[in-house]
Design a protein around this ligand. Structure first.
Ligand code: GLN
Length: 492
């Protein structure tokens, strides 16, 4: 029985239900995939093999006694920004070295309640600031499709682990694209829920008005399953909304009859790779063949989105990261007075990108500049949200690229932050508008790197986005391809 580690959650649940394998078998295989490949991929910051096996055995034990769980001993990898009780949570940063979570994030707690177990901590850009994982303070993560390329970011460890067969599924967070873009770069499915759909309690805050937790999986059905478990009102996060959680899996259908899909004019502009554009256009045609009506729409303020995001997100980050000062969490350098301690600790343990953003964010909030930058940014954010509200009067979901290119070469962009930021152009607008977005594999470049189709939905219409993604996925084979690093073990 080979490659349990390469199956989807649904396939595993079926095998577990039929008694073909145990959770211990699954975890054993995932651990051996980590053993065989993670030295090359670098997805995990750390993992607890013994703990995972023990949890798997107790899940098997519970099942043999008749316990019914939705995720019976399914191992899930967790981005290092999310709190899992008893695990380290360093957010890819030296400043949190030594910090151990005293509690579970709500999303984690809900998965645990459903029977999932947690393997380990997945690499990320420091405090989720970045698009390549090169901003991690600890290690480089490599793209399983080509080890010379980045996995994307900031949830790059999560996407790389799922692609490499080192986790059955993983959790990431998305502030401006950090689930969708790495999913796209690694050939996975990635879902950023609507702002307010999944509790942020226990997710270390980067930009609180944008952050959302979501799944990275091998298929759309798995994303629907995990979202259904995590979504819904949480008294511990007052921004979660009392909107009923539909059965997302029941929303999945094989065709797109009766759906209107919008193609935003502004997303097909200069700068987008020819190969990416061709794949997206082909995907759009296929959605038409599946019964959808395709309409052109306009999101006229798209060109301002990156600038607005890097004002608002840095402003929020500068406030959120003030709590890391050496007093309460993680690393500390002693000082002769409290100010000296803060300065020494922050100067020494924050990395360069985090410092850049704290400085930018402090600047745009400072008196004299607040009106020119922050307040103005908020106004343009409203215009961007209205673009989407208007668009969703005309269509049920929007089709677009996730990113203008495939995965960058390692080192290609890291010296040029502006170029790096511009790569977020297609994911940021939906984040600013608070909408939901899904990334689904839709092709490969000639060099063998994955391309992702983005499906953007109106607030709380994940059901529609998942339906479109599922119908598309069912009529294509892209999600079945496996990266070369998994070839030696026979694939799926
Ligand atoms: N790449 C974007 C940034 O660097 C998005 C990050 C994210 O979504 N966490 O801010």
């Amino acid at each position: 029985m080979s490659s349990l580690s390469a199956l989807t959650i649904h396939e595993l649940i079926d095998l577990l239900d039929r008694g073909v394998c145990s959770s211990e078998d699954v975890v054993t295989e995932v651990l051996s995939a980590i053993d065989a490949r993670d030295e090359r991929v670098g997805a995990y910051l750390d993992y607890d093999a013994e703990g995972a096996l023990a949890a798997a055995r107790s899940a098997d034990d519970a099942r043999s006694k008749g316990a019914e769980r939705i995720l019976p001993g399914i191992p899930i990898g967790i981005k290092d920004v999310l709190n899992v009780k008893g695990d380290t949570c360093r957010c890819g940063s030296r400043i949190l070295e030594g910090y151990v979570s005293p509690y579970d994030a709500t999303a984690v707690a809900r998965l645990r309640q459903a029977g999932a177990l947690f393997l380990g901590r997945l690499n990320m850009d420091e405090f989720a600031m970045g698009s390549t994982n090169e901003n991690s303070a600890f290690q480089i993560t490599h793209n399983p499709w080509n080890l010379e390329h980045v996995p994307g970011g900031s949830s790059g460890g999560s996407a790389a682990a799922v692609a490499a067969g080192e986790a059955v599924a993983a959790l990431g967070t998305d502030t401006g694209g950090s689930i969708r873009q790495p999913a796209s770069f690694c050939g996975c499915v990635g879902l950023k829920p609507t702002y307010g759909r999944v509790s942020r309690f226990g997710a270390t805050a980067f930009a609180s008005s944008l952050d959302q937790i979501g799944p990275i999986t091998r298929c759309v059905r798995d994303a629907a399953l995990l979202l259904g478990i995590m979504a819904g009102r949480d008294p511990l996060d007052s921004t979660t909304v009392e909107v009923p959680v539909p059965n997302y899996q029941e929303a999945l259908a094989d065709d797109l009859k009766g759906m209107k899909l919008g193609i935003p004019r502004e997303y097909f502009v200069e700068g987008i790779d020819k190969e990416v554009e061709q794949s997206i256009r082909k995907a759009i045609r296929l959605c038409g063949d599946l019964g959808a009506e395709i309409v052109e729409i306009s999101l006229p303020h798209t060109e301002y989105a990156v600038a607005v995001y890097y004002i608002l997100a840095t402003a929020e980050a500068s406030a959120n990261l003030a709590r890391f000062d050496g007093v309460r969490y993680g690393a500390r350098d002693e000082g002769h007075d409290p100010m000296d301690l803060y300065v020494k600790t922050r100067a020494r343990y924050f990395g360069p990108e985090v410092k850049r953003r704290i400085i930018l964010g402090t600047y745009v909030l400072s008196s004299g500049y607040y009106d020119a930058y922050y307040r103005r940014g908020q106004k343009v954010r409203t215009l961007i949200r209205r673009d989407f509200e208007q668009a969703f009067q005309e269509c049920d979901a929007i089709l677009a690229p996730v990113a203008p290119t495939t995965a960058y070469r390692l080192g290609e962009k890291i010296e040029d932050p502006l170029q790096m930021y511009l790569g977020d152009i297609f994911t940021i607008p939906a984040s600013l508008a608070g909408m939901c977005g899904l990334s689904v594999p839709c092709g490969f470049s000639d060099a063998g790197l994955p391309i992702g189709l983005q499906i953007i939905g109106d607030a709380f219409r994940e059901d529609r986005v998942l339906r479109v993604g599922y119908a598309y996925e069912q009529s294509t084979e892209w999600h079945k391809r496996i990266p070369p690093i998994r070839d030696d073990e026979g694939g799926r």
